[in-house]
Design a protein around this ligand. Structure first.
Ligand code: DUC
Ligand code: ZN
Ligand code: ZN
Length: 481
């Protein structure tokens, strides 16, 4: 498919320009003002579709570096697989995802989960994808295996957990950080203090406090912030190993990251739209009938939603560059699955949908409300994630030679979010009823139009696995200012 997009404003992280774009063989072939279709017809590999994008923005396709498709969390299996999850992503303007692989059987190798995930994604994904390695235990064979994951398999980032069943202790964390630093791979961390959560949770349950709000109160900001601070200090001990904090939800941890930056430490932070838009009061949402706390179950995830002061601090963290990326932690369940939490918040599978909402929410709440420049928005949702995770400049930028992963946003399009328009298999939208100004109206994946005015046109299996570069290559593009 060859496409000529005319009259749009092209937006990159560093600048915007008025130009035409010619796409051929899946790549961006020419960026110039005033390209005529007669000029490109000769070089085109197929008939050229001309699109007039006057009054609209073209951004590099969104890169969501935190999804969980097809995940089994022990008490439930998420309802989105690599098909419904990536269709949802595409419809919301995301053209590449990096999925955090779930835990495998105890003692399994890193390659075990990778093989499984290749099987899950290969015939299903409609957009390009990669995976983060998941470290669920540490021994010599895991430390050895990391090298081939990075060099042979193109997996240049790994996640470890400081809570949940497969949490690592400080000795194991140091071993992982040091080894991954040696390999120029990025260590991602789910930071929550396991012991503190256990103490608070047991105390609440012993008092019969089981409603969704107690999920949040058993994991207060200090539990997350302590683990963020610990991770920053351990990273120093591991020789200034680069570390990436996933789903940051609170202002105390943010301050620790800010201090680390002042010392010049390579610490990167991600937040998610839910932590910027939804506050802790959501857990007290009720519905009529016998189950007053029912609706609050929708928002049970870890870390939990915070009070409005933290939301403000996170926006500030985006504005001053302390937070580098916005991802989603998409981990979708149906209401029926979430209702397991009626018997107590501890039975509710953690997570919610969001991959389709990230770009529209950040554009409307960030750019249209004047909190972020449009270039900074592109940096947060596409460029920086691509740079940090070894996808740049193939992804994350509109440049000649880059993949033609592009999204056209119409700033005049007003949309009230509703589950009925979403493509996730979940039966609720956490942002239901929010009215957004501006919405993606077209998504191209390697030059193919896969979403047009909200209608999905792509094919299962068209998404490709993208092997990723290591950090020494990523750092060439990285600059925190
Ligand atoms: N928290 C996670 O860490 N992962 C999936 C969903 C969630 O709530
Ligand atoms: Zn997590
Ligand atoms: Zn997650």
């Amino acid at each position: 498919m060859s496409v000529l997009i005319k009259n749009a404003t092209l937006v990159n992280a560093d600048a915007s320009e008025q130009s035409d774009v010619f796409i051929n063989n899946g790549l961006i072939e020419r960026i110039e003002p005033d390209i005529h279709s007669a000029d490109v017809n000769l070089s085109a590999s197929s008939p050229v579709e001309v699109i007039d994008a006057s009054g609209k923005y073209i951004i590099p396709g969104g890169v969501d570096v935190h999804t969980h498709f097809n995940i089994d969390v022990g008490i439930a299996q998420s309802c989105d697989d690599f098909y419904s999850g990536t269709v949802s992503a595409a419809c919301g303007g995301t053209t590449t995802i990096i999925d955090h692989m779930g835990f495998g059987p105890a003692g399994c190798s890193l390659h075990h989960q990778l093989e499984r995930y290749h099987e899950y994604a290969c015939d299903s994904a409609v957009i390009d994808y990669s995976f983060h390695g998941t470290i669920q235990h540490i021994d010599d064979s895991i430390l050895d295996e990391m090298e081939s994951m990075v060099l042979d398999e193109g997996i240049s980032s790994f996640k470890l957990y400081l809570t949940y069943g497969f949490k690592l202790d400080d000795t194991e964390v140091l071993a992982a950080l040091s080894r991954l630093n040696q390999l120029n791979a990025l260590t991602c961390v789910h930071p929550e203090n396991d012991g503190a959560i256990r103490f608070l949770k047991n105390r609440m349950l012993a008092r019969g406090l089981k409603d969704p709000i107690y999920h949040a109160l058993s994991r207060p900001p200090e539990c997350e912030a302590e683990a963020v601070g610990r991770m920053i200090n351990l990273a120093v001990l591991a020789g200034d190993a680069p570390v990436y904090i996933v789903h940051l939800s609170n202002g105390i941890g943010l301050e620790y990251i800010r201090q680390a930056h002042q010392r010049g430490q390579p610490v990167f932070a991600e937040t998610c739209p839910q932590y910027l838009q939804l506050d802790i009061n959501r857990y007290n949402e009720t519905c009529s009938g016998d189950f007053p706390a029912d609706q609050g179950l929708k928002y049970i995830m870890s870390p939990p939603l915070r009070d409005s002061d933290h939301l403000k601090q996170l926006w500030h963290g985006l504005q001053d560059g302390t937070i580098s990326t916005v991802a989603t932690d998409h981990c979708a369940f149906t209401m029926e699955q979430k209702r397991a939490g009626r018997d107590g918040f501890q039975y509710c599978p953690n997570g919610m949908p969001g991959v389709e909402n990230r770009i529209p929410l950040m554009f409307s709440e960030g750019v249209m409300k004047g909190r972020l420049s449009i270039n900074h928005f592109v940096d947060l949702v596409s460029t920086k994630p691509a740079q940090l995770f070894g996808l740049y400049p193939r992804k994350g930028v509109i440049a000649e030679g880059s993949d033609a992963d592009l999204v056209i946003i119409d700033p005049d399009c007003e949309v009230t979010l509703s589950q009925s328009q979403m493509h996730s298999r979940s039966d609720y939208c956490p942002f239901e009823g929010m009215t957004l100004q501006g919405y993606p109206v077209m998504t191209l994946s390697r030059g193919k139009i896969i979403v047009r005015n909200g209608v999905f046109k792509g094919l299962a299996g068209d998404g490709e696995f993208i092997p990723r570069e290591t950090l020494n290559r990523c750092f060439r593009y990285w600059n925190r200012s």
